[in-house]
Ligand binder design. Sequence first.
Ligand code: C5P
Length: 204
Amino acid sequence: MRFTVAIDGPAAAGKGTIGRAVADRFGFAHLDTGLLYRAVGARLLRGERAIDAARGLTPDDLANPDALRIPDVAQAASKVAVIPEVREALLEFQRAFAHRIGGAVLDGRDIGTVICPRAEVKLFVTASPEVRAQRRMEEMAAKGIDIAYDDVLADVRARDARDTERAAAPMVAAEDAVTLDTSDLSIAAAIAAAVDLVAARRET
Ligand code: C5P
């Protein structure tokens, strides 16, 4: 059985949490595609050319996701993500993952538009920049990283702008995506909405 759930949206809107919960609920595999761009960004910060880094990415680059979930790497990720050759180098891996037997959930920015335009379910998960910055700050604080709210908000806005305005695979809701605004939703309610959508599509 092949079944793909594509989840797109801006940083800290809840894509990852929803994606993991949907994958657990249906026994699908889950890929956080942002980690691929973060891994390329991390190699750029170590002095490598972005295109070479993308072409040479190995599982080792993803072995320590927490080290990739820091603000400097996030900014570097959104810079390398504007380069078409970088996106091209990461495309096949994502498509193969999406088509694996047993079902897959992918979250990112261009899953429903470019990577899996024929995904069975497409979700665009969003929330206001202020709510997202607050969530990201709390996530970081839980890991012992203290960052000022204003800095997190500036980071979120800078990445939103870069991700939305780039020419290559910009962040945009697919025409057939269902938009889920999580600004005023609990995590449980957001997950329930996503699970209901997938369950309904599986029955058709
Ligand atoms: O989702 P995450 O915040 O980890 O993504 C980091 C950066 O990677 C994003 O700001 C975006 O520029 C890029 N990205 C992308 N396409 C994806 C996933 C992430 O361009 N499918």
